[in-house]
Design a protein around this ligand. Structure first.
Ligand SMILES: [Fe+2]
Length: 169
Protein backbone atom coordinates (compact mmCIF):
# COMPACT_ATOMS: atom_id res chain seq x y z
CA UNK A 1 0.00 0.00 0.00
CA UNK A 2 1.34 3.43 -0.86
CA UNK A 3 0.90 6.50 1.31
CA UNK A 4 1.60 8.95 -1.51
CA UNK A 5 -2.02 10.00 -1.72
CA UNK A 6 -2.19 11.10 1.91
CA UNK A 7 -2.18 14.87 2.25
CA UNK A 8 -0.62 15.73 5.61
CA UNK A 9 -1.79 19.33 5.36
CA UNK A 10 -5.47 18.50 5.38
CA UNK A 11 -7.14 16.39 7.96
CA UNK A 12 -9.35 14.01 6.06
CA UNK A 13 -10.02 10.36 6.66
CA UNK A 14 -9.24 8.19 3.67
CA UNK A 15 -8.96 4.44 3.25
CA UNK A 16 -5.21 4.93 2.74
CA UNK A 17 -5.10 5.41 6.50
CA UNK A 18 -6.46 1.95 7.24
CA UNK A 19 -3.83 -0.04 9.12
CA UNK A 20 -5.64 -3.36 9.29
CA UNK A 21 -6.25 -3.45 13.05
CA UNK A 22 -9.99 -2.85 13.37
CA UNK A 23 -10.02 -1.36 16.86
CA UNK A 24 -7.28 1.14 16.05
CA UNK A 25 -8.67 2.00 12.62
CA UNK A 26 -12.07 2.71 14.13
CA UNK A 27 -10.52 4.95 16.78
CA UNK A 28 -8.38 6.79 14.23
CA UNK A 29 -11.51 7.51 12.21
CA UNK A 30 -13.25 8.98 15.25
CA UNK A 31 -10.13 10.81 16.41
CA UNK A 32 -9.77 12.51 13.02
CA UNK A 33 -13.44 13.54 13.07
CA UNK A 34 -13.08 15.11 16.52
CA UNK A 35 -9.87 16.98 15.70
CA UNK A 36 -11.45 18.04 12.41
CA UNK A 37 -14.39 19.52 14.32
CA UNK A 38 -11.99 21.52 16.49
CA UNK A 39 -9.95 22.67 13.51
CA UNK A 40 -13.10 23.74 11.67
CA UNK A 41 -14.37 25.65 14.71
CA UNK A 42 -11.09 27.59 14.86
CA UNK A 43 -10.69 28.16 11.12
CA UNK A 44 -14.34 29.07 10.53
CA UNK A 45 -14.41 31.43 13.48
CA UNK A 46 -16.74 29.41 15.68
CA UNK A 47 -17.95 30.72 19.03
CA UNK A 48 -15.68 30.47 22.07
CA UNK A 49 -18.07 27.86 23.48
CA UNK A 50 -17.84 25.74 20.31
CA UNK A 51 -14.05 25.99 20.19
CA UNK A 52 -13.76 25.00 23.85
CA UNK A 53 -16.23 22.13 23.51
CA UNK A 54 -14.58 20.67 20.39
CA UNK A 55 -11.12 21.13 21.92
CA UNK A 56 -12.12 19.33 25.11
CA UNK A 57 -13.59 16.44 23.11
CA UNK A 58 -10.55 16.16 20.83
CA UNK A 59 -8.06 16.28 23.70
CA UNK A 60 -10.00 13.77 25.82
CA UNK A 61 -10.21 11.36 22.90
CA UNK A 62 -6.51 11.78 22.16
CA UNK A 63 -5.73 10.69 25.70
CA UNK A 64 -8.05 7.69 25.70
CA UNK A 65 -6.86 6.64 22.24
CA UNK A 66 -3.23 6.75 23.38
CA UNK A 67 -4.15 4.58 26.38
CA UNK A 68 -6.00 2.05 24.21
CA UNK A 69 -3.19 1.89 21.67
CA UNK A 70 -0.70 1.33 24.46
CA UNK A 71 -2.81 -1.53 25.81
CA UNK A 72 -2.91 -3.22 22.38
CA UNK A 73 0.87 -2.88 22.08
CA UNK A 74 1.52 -4.20 25.59
CA UNK A 75 -0.80 -7.12 25.03
CA UNK A 76 0.94 -7.96 21.76
CA UNK A 77 4.45 -7.53 23.22
CA UNK A 78 5.48 -4.87 20.70
CA UNK A 79 9.30 -4.61 20.94
CA UNK A 80 9.40 -0.91 19.97
CA UNK A 81 6.71 0.22 22.39
CA UNK A 82 9.03 2.59 24.29
CA UNK A 83 9.85 4.59 21.16
CA UNK A 84 6.21 4.70 20.23
CA UNK A 85 5.07 5.84 23.66
CA UNK A 86 7.77 8.51 23.61
CA UNK A 87 6.10 9.93 20.52
CA UNK A 88 2.75 9.91 22.30
CA UNK A 89 4.28 11.63 25.32
CA UNK A 90 5.94 14.35 23.26
CA UNK A 91 2.71 15.09 21.42
CA UNK A 92 0.74 15.02 24.66
CA UNK A 93 3.17 17.50 26.22
CA UNK A 94 2.76 19.84 23.26
CA UNK A 95 -1.01 19.57 23.37
CA UNK A 96 -0.95 20.37 27.06
CA UNK A 97 1.45 23.22 26.45
CA UNK A 98 -1.04 24.72 24.04
CA UNK A 99 -4.11 24.09 26.15
CA UNK A 100 -2.45 25.37 29.33
CA UNK A 101 -2.71 28.87 27.85
CA UNK A 102 -6.09 29.60 29.42
CA UNK A 103 -8.17 28.76 26.37
CA UNK A 104 -11.32 30.15 27.93
CA UNK A 105 -9.89 33.67 28.18
CA UNK A 106 -10.22 36.07 25.33
CA UNK A 107 -7.23 37.79 23.85
CA UNK A 108 -4.58 37.54 21.22
CA UNK A 109 -2.41 35.05 23.04
CA UNK A 110 -5.28 32.62 23.44
CA UNK A 111 -6.12 32.94 19.76
CA UNK A 112 -2.50 32.21 18.86
CA UNK A 113 -2.55 29.11 21.02
CA UNK A 114 -5.76 27.93 19.42
CA UNK A 115 -4.40 28.51 15.95
CA UNK A 116 -1.16 26.72 16.80
CA UNK A 117 -2.95 23.71 18.18
CA UNK A 118 -5.33 23.64 15.25
CA UNK A 119 -2.23 23.52 13.03
CA UNK A 120 -0.12 21.16 15.07
CA UNK A 121 -2.55 18.44 16.08
CA UNK A 122 -3.92 17.57 12.62
CA UNK A 123 -0.46 17.45 11.07
CA UNK A 124 1.00 15.44 13.91
CA UNK A 125 -1.89 13.04 13.89
CA UNK A 126 -1.73 12.34 10.14
CA UNK A 127 2.03 11.90 10.23
CA UNK A 128 1.92 9.68 13.31
CA UNK A 129 -0.75 7.39 11.89
CA UNK A 130 1.20 7.04 8.66
CA UNK A 131 4.58 6.38 10.22
CA UNK A 132 4.71 5.06 13.78
CA UNK A 133 1.23 3.53 13.88
CA UNK A 134 1.69 2.01 10.44
CA UNK A 135 5.00 0.52 11.54
CA UNK A 136 3.30 -1.06 14.54
CA UNK A 137 0.45 -2.37 12.39
CA UNK A 138 2.91 -3.98 9.97
CA UNK A 139 4.66 -5.72 12.83
CA UNK A 140 1.34 -6.73 14.40
CA UNK A 141 -0.05 -8.17 11.18
CA UNK A 142 3.14 -9.99 10.21
CA UNK A 143 3.14 -11.54 13.65
CA UNK A 144 -0.44 -12.78 13.22
CA UNK A 145 0.30 -14.02 9.68
CA UNK A 146 3.34 -16.01 10.78
CA UNK A 147 1.46 -17.32 13.81
CA UNK A 148 -1.16 -18.70 11.46
CA UNK A 149 1.41 -20.10 9.07
CA UNK A 150 3.30 -21.92 11.82
CA UNK A 151 0.33 -22.96 13.92
CA UNK A 152 1.17 -26.49 15.06
CA UNK A 153 -0.98 -29.24 13.67
CA UNK A 154 -3.23 -26.81 11.81
CA UNK A 155 -5.35 -29.10 9.66
CA UNK A 156 -5.83 -28.09 6.04
CA UNK A 157 -9.38 -27.76 4.83
CA UNK A 158 -10.39 -30.31 2.25
CA UNK A 159 -12.08 -29.35 -0.99
CA UNK A 160 -15.58 -28.89 0.35
CA UNK A 161 -14.32 -26.60 3.17
CA UNK A 162 -14.55 -29.25 5.88
CA UNK A 163 -11.47 -29.68 8.02
CA UNK A 164 -12.11 -33.22 9.26
CA UNK A 165 -13.16 -35.40 6.35
CA UNK A 166 -13.77 -38.40 8.54
CA UNK A 167 -16.57 -36.76 10.51
CA UNK A 168 -19.87 -37.54 8.81
CA UNK A 169 -22.03 -34.56 7.83
FE1 LIG B 1 0.30 5.85 18.10
Amino acid sequence: MTCDSVDYGSLVWSDDLILGIDQIDEQHRKWIALVQAYQSAVVDGGSAEEIQRTLTAAVAYTESHFDDEQAVMEEAGYPFIDDHLDQHRLAWRRVNGFTAGSPTEDGEETNDLRDSLADFLPQWLMLHINTADRQFARWYRSRSDSAQATAPCAPAAIDDGRVFADIPL
